[in-house]
Write a protein that binds this ligand. Sequence first.
Ligand SMILES: C[S@@+](CC[C@H](N)C(=O)[O-])C[C@H]1O[C@@H](n2cnc3c(N)ncnc32)[C@H](O)[C@@H]1O
Length: 265
Amino acid sequence: MSEPPGAATFRAPAEAYDRLVGRYAPALARKLIAAAGVRGGQRALDVGCGPGALTGELAAVLGSDRVAAVEPSSVFAEACRARHPGVDVVVASAEALPFADGEFDHALAQLVVNFMTDPPAGVREMARVTLPGGTVSAAVWDYAGGMTLLRRFWDAAVALDPSASERDEGVCMPFCRPGELGDLWATAGLADVEVAPVVVSAHYDGFEDLWQPLEAGVAPSGAYAVSLAPERRAALKDELRRRLGAGEQPFELTARAWVVTGRVP
Ligand SMILES: C[S@@+](CC[C@H](N)C(=O)[O-])C[C@H]1O[C@@H](n2cnc3c(N)ncnc32)[C@H](O)[C@@H]1O
């Protein structure tokens, strides 16, 4: 099956994704699951599952046979399937979910809404496959502020090349501000819409541990890094290290996301 649109910067090996933003994903997933109110005995859909961080946390709460996942990148879908046997993982996009109306108690999308080709259609589909009274929820990084890794990355990139501002995710990513995200949910017909910040953190063994996954070209940040000629890439690496104040010692970074929840009427 060919991949739906939206997978372009997520074809790198799952291990590279794990080491870039994936290292924040399990902790973020637990907060998203809590905000959605997922409880044992229910069924849930993970939309844009990537290599499966949220899928795994959902399976831990519900059991694998009560979790389904969709993902347009076949590389990531295969990684999710291998990591979470028993979960129904389908190569598909949010905009055309291959499920009947009301199959799930919850539809969740972690770090996906801003990558959708047609976000209003994707959220409407999430609502369609969710039972009345169930929840549709999502987390989106605060790219413009509290997602420290990506904020420092793009600040460093723009400082060296102002034209990089076109690719700065804090500027070009839709739905990374609470008002816009809440409006997307309300426009999809969801009720009791709430948006709240959540903060998670990740450990790094040292600056090289942070930099190496960017060299794999994964996600928009990695794709930008590998698009640079070697000397400009080295300058970006130095500038990012300087802005993070990081060296060979271990360190932690915090990352803030906006979590939106809404109820299907
Ligand atoms: C930043 S990753 C998040 C992966 C995973 N949910 C996590 O939290 O680690 C974004 C994911 O959204 C997927 N994606 C992109 N466009 C999509 C769409 N239209 N529908 C569903 N998923 C999409 C990408 O392929 C990628 O796996």
